[in-house]
Design a protein around this ligand. Sequence first.
Ligand code: GLY
Length: 434
Amino acid sequence: MKILLIGSGAREHALARKIMESSSTVSLLCYGSSINPGIAPLVSHYIPGEMSDIMGMVQCAQNHEVDMVVVGPEAPLASGIADELHKHGIACIGPSSDLAQIETSKAFGRDFVQAIAAQYVPRYRQFQAQDPQALEFLESLGQDFVLKADGLCGGKGVKISGEQLHSHQQALDDPICQEPFVIEEKCTGVEFSLISFCDGAHAKHMPIIHDHKRLLDDDQGPNTGGMGTISDHDHHLPFIDPDMIQQAQALNELVMKSLSEKCAKPYCGFLYGGFMQSTKGLKLIEYNARLGDPEGINLLALLETDIVAIFEAMIAGRLDQQEVVFKTQASVCKYIVPSSYPGALDCDPLMDISAIERPERLYFGSIDMQGDQLRMKGSRAIAVLATGDTLCEAALRAEETCELVQGSVYYRKDIGSESLLQKRAETLITKVTT
Ligand code: GLY
């Protein structure tokens, strides 16, 4: 079996490792915009190329006669990699561009879910660039609003009142409003994500997971791509009501089926629902058409079932007949970043991991190997993943490994800690009673 993996970050390192654990004989190829030092030793061919070069990816799949392509990032999905592969009879784990609009257009995503499950959608309206009517809607929301660019913005397309925005005028002056945009009500509560394997008719859900978006301990500092993620041994989270998980699972299934019907083609790939357990019940924050980063690192480390068998079942539309089992263990993932992150690289780029005796805990992201030296490139460099019987145990193990990394680096110490879990549990109680 020949599999082509698209992407070269830590999420794709996790995918590559999982694919190579398969009991099938797999020859893995990677098409990526950089050479990931973790992926390189796992693949038979490493093809450097831009994520925008869809025809380059298709040509690569054709030249190497691959059996399937697994897409990591959202950009090639938005540009239609799955559509082009299907034209050439090549199977793809990742939805076609019309299905992927659930992530790639915020307005499409909101309108779609509003039509099938309005109770989960915060109040919202979409606007064209510099639309003067936006002020009236902002005024109707008061001080609690969120501004979202309609299209993909590489993680920079969302700004929240009280965080990056402090007045209606500041919102209207923001560069986001220079292109089509969405304004929505800001909800209060605790976030969690639910990612499902999907074949268009059936979904198999992963354990729920919680991301830590702020740079600094105790949720301080600027937002980032995600500093780390936790999942618990029972596949729930101590601060999330089990009823919310059931509703999120039902919504992921409904969205997958309704999207597949609307577009008259099966949604074959990962469907990532970002949810909030809010003071007004379950609310949908966003959908993504891919595996999360770093969420996928936790979840693939816990996956017991052969991922290639799952992919084959997804492609054949028989996911309902495929067992999908996750370890009943907790997991904690922490990203090691350059001390200048999320700004441009402005510190010594060298990182030394030679003291780490558990390399299986490391997933390489924005980092190059030059000779025998690891050089950070500026963004999230290495993800450290540990599992344990409890969240506390997993957090301690992740911390032990993080402490051994040498260099001008930073990571959050509090991810998975008892005190942060307690703070999450108290968020809703405080908001409901005040
Ligand atoms: N960690 C958030 C994301 O992958 O979108």
